[in-house]
Design a binder for this molecule. Structure first.
Ligand SMILES: [Zn+2]
Length: 70
């Protein structure tokens, strides 16, 4: 998924993503503390928003948990 937001909207976007993630997965207790990391377009490496594993910014799926990112 490609998502571009203004820097000031990152918090809102992250909140929406977190809510939709919970609604679509029913993982209400899932750890979303890493969610925002995936939104930094300047980072050359990021971390999986689901499991926190390090990812190349070009990765489309998490090699650890299989989350589809791209
Ligand atoms: Zn993962």
């Amino acid at each position: 998924m490609d998502l571009q937001v203004r820097e000031g909207d990152i918090q809102d976007a992250a909140a929406i993503m977190a809510r939709e993630f919970r609604e679509s997965t029913a993982l209400a207790d899932h750890d979303l503390s890493h969610l925002q990391a995936a939104f930094d377009p300047r980072a050359t490496r990021t971390i999986c928003p689901a499991c926190g594993s390090p990812l190349a910014s070009s990765a489309t799926t998490c090699p650890d948990c299989g989350l589809c990112i791209g």
